[in-house]
Design a protein around this ligand. Structure first.
Ligand code: GLU
Length: 506
């Protein structure tokens, strides 16, 4: 593929706080598209708004995406030949392009003070700085040239505004939404540069960087759609129409219940994370929950997010990253917002638990078991997790589902006792002890057959003795197959638990 037509996408977050889960989806769709097309993925940090800069946010973004397996070819912390990739390090570059627009008559200096602008807005609340009003304002279009030169020489504060021509129709040929038309009349003469901080605004820096970094496709959230006509006009003003990127605006992530955009408050209210990793606010110290710390597998988060706005057109729900890359296309992305079904997120985690290698899960569980003072080994935990993972969505649910594999129940659940421990139970459990004495505990199926034969011979029925057996071993009525449990905990432990139960419950 020729260099000029190579697919190059960028994820361009502003480090204004933790990356929202919607931002993660934007990064993911960029990644899936780029890799599907054999192209490059760039990480650009858009930190030109120093007032909104939050320390730690950039590192958080990089760590989150790396945890999720979204990889970059170029960018902040990755390097590359189009750097620097942090906009605050590109000041000199932008200034040059601002000057170019002014020289071409596509932009102008504006000297209106904040209070002048404010009083305009008070006079007419719908005030817009544009072709109809710029003639009444203090700018290089209304002031004599010498006056402008004098003000600049003096170091007066100014902004540079984009001169938008009225009566133009701007067409966006969006890869998801199709044709979208805007009238240039609705746009205002956007500020492109501020002398106060010697920095460009988002629009100018974004367009200049996409051009210089040879970005071929701009894939971003729907909330940026209103900026796109302005960006298209900027491309034209620079004369870059031939290399203008294609645009795709991703649908909003919606509240799980009701209408509107998913917010952090929905997460607090309905108890699910909206950030990939835990975030501690550097000012307030407030902690926001993250998917990582809540026990999600990164693969599950990816799978979940991939299907919020895209569908494969088949019944398939479980996808590896490589499968997503192979199947992704904008043709299968929806325009409509995607409801954030966090219960489905848990379901995905459960599916990944079932698919995961038991030994790998056991390795992840060992530190917590050690912290509880449990002496065990990897083989044993591997066999236990294989038995109980069908009941778990998260690894942190292991102990509540499996403690009885490591220690005898300390007490017996009252309700279960009332329901399951019958008058005949002590006698039956004593008999069961005798039968199990003669078994080597190597084969749960053979053990069960023996128990069955014993029940049949004595006309006990299976229910009453087996329920009492479970109560003695687990302490309540839950758990996987009882003979699978006792094969794991072994003969001595099983008999001890049976005898203790008979003694305690009588
Ligand atoms: N800096 C913008 C953001 O924070 C980038 C939007 C875009 O991708 O153009 O999302």
């Amino acid at each position: 593929m020729a260099e000029s037509t190579r697919v190059r996408v960028r994820f361009a977050p502003s480090p204004t706080g933790p990356l929202h889960i919607g931002g993660v989806r934007t990064a993911l769709y960029n990644y899936l598209f780029a890799k599907n097309m054999g192209g490059d993925m760039i990480l650009r940090i858009e930190d030109t708004d120093s007032k909104r800069f939050v320390p730690g946010a950039e590192g958080y973004i990089i760590e989150s995406l790396s945890w999720l397996g979204i990889k970059f070819d170029e960018g902040v912390s990755y390097g590359g030949q189009y750097g620097p990739y942090r906009q605050s390090e590109r000041r000199a570059i932008y200034k040059q392009y601002v000057d170019e627009l002014i020289a071409k008559g596509k932009a102008y200096y504006a000297f209106d003070t904040p209070s002048e602008l404010e009083s305009k807005h008070t006079q007419s609340p719908n005030f817009q700085y544009d072709a109809r009003t710029r003639g009444e304002m203090v700018n290089s279009l209304t002031l004599p040239a010498e006056e402008v030169a004098a003000r600049l020489a003096r170091g007066d504060a100014y902004t540079v505004r984009f001169k938008i021509d009225p009566d133009e129709t701007i067409e966006i040929n969006d890869m998801i939404r199709g044709q979208v038309f805007y009238k240039s009349d609705v746009l205002d003469d956007k500020v492109l540069y501020k002398s106060a901080d010697q920095l460009p605004t988002y629009h100018l820096a974004n367009v200049v960087d996409d051009h210089l970094m040879k970005v071929s496709h701009v894939i971003r959230g729907e909330e940026w759609l209103p900026s796109t006509p302005l960006h298209i006009l900027l491309y034209r003003a620079f004369g870059w129409q031939d290399t203008m990127p294609r645009f795709a605006h991703l649908p909003l992530l919606l509240k799980p219940d009701g209408k509107g955009k998913l917010s952090k408050r929905d997460g607090d209210r309905l108890n699910f994370p909206v950030f990939p990793m835990e975030w501690k606010d550097p000012v307030t110290g407030d902690i926001s929950r993250g998917y990582r710390e809540s026990g999600y597998f990164p693969e599950a988060v990816i799978n979940f997010l991939a299907l919020l706005g895209w569908n494969p057109g088949t019944e398939q729900e479980i996808f590896t990253m490589d499968e997503l890359i192979a199947q992704f296309s904008f043709a299968r992305c929806s325009k409509a917002g995607a409801k954030f079904d966090y219960e489905k997120g848990k379901w995905f985690n459960h599916q990944y638990m079932l698919l995961a290698d038991d030994r790998r899960l056991a390795e992840m569980l060992l530190p917590d078991l050690a912290a509880r003072g449990i002496k065990t080994d990897l083989d044993y935990v591997t066999r236990v997790i294989a038995l109980v993972k069908g009941r778990m969505n998260f690894l942190h649910e292991f102990w509540e589902n499996a403690s009885y594999f490591f220690q005898a129940p300390e007490q017996y659940d009252e309700k279960t006792v009332a329901k399951r421990w019958k008058e005949e139970s002590p006698r039956q459990m004593n008999e069961l002890c005798e039968i199990l004495e003669g078994d080597d505990f190597s084969d749960p199926v053979a053990m069960e057959a023996k128990a069955k034969a014993w029940c049949e011979a004595n006309e006990y029925g299976m229910g009453v003795p087996m329920n009492a057996f479970r109560l003695a071993i687990v302490g309540e009525g839950k758990g996987p197959h009882i003979f699978d449990i006792v094969t794991l905990i072994g003969k001595a432990e099983t008999l001890a638990r049976l005898r203790r139960c008979v003694k305690v419950l009588g």
